[in-house]
Design a protein around this ligand. Structure first.
Ligand SMILES: [Zn+2]
Length: 133
């Protein structure tokens, strides 16, 4: 499943983002490319870190998964904070949309996530149309 998808050399944003990158931000000065911040956040703001956050390039529509994971080492050390980005295919984006929608359904205050839910549903429809092409 770890397809290395080629980056989009024509896209101002995507040409700077590798297909997979992971950095440890607590102890090192390594950071993800700044272009990662320009990606549009579709959903997953409240999801647990295993789901990741779905992001999309506002220029070319390429999907990415963004991860932020803090491991406290069970309180025995300073822990680690990893951040990562991975380019994904539309069907992987669809899986991420569904996983996040499913998770929101389990929240007590679902209405607080209405905006995100709407965005996820809209994205789901877009992927289904685009995915058939
Ligand atoms: Zn792009």
């Amino acid at each position: 499943m770890n397809n290395v998808l080629p980056n989009n050399p024509k896209c101002d944003i995507c040409q700077h983002i590798p297909s997979h990158a992971e950095v440890e931000i607590l102890h090192t000065s390594e950071r993800l490319p700044k272009e990662v911040d320009q990606l549009e956040i579709i959903g997953g703001n409240h999801a647990d870190s295993t789901l990741g956050q779905l992001r999309k390039c506002p220029k070319c529509g390429t999907y990415y998964l963004w991860f932020h994971d803090h491991d406290s080492e069970s309180g025995t050390g300073y822990g680690y904070t990893d951040e990562g980005i991975e380019r994904i295919l539309p069907d992987q984006a669809l899986e991420c949309v569904d996983a996040n929608l499913k998770q929101i359904q389990t929240f007590k205050r679902k209405e607080a996530y209405k905006e995100e839910t709407d965005r996820l549903v809209k994205e789901r429809e877009a992927i289904e149309v685009y995915g058939q092409a």
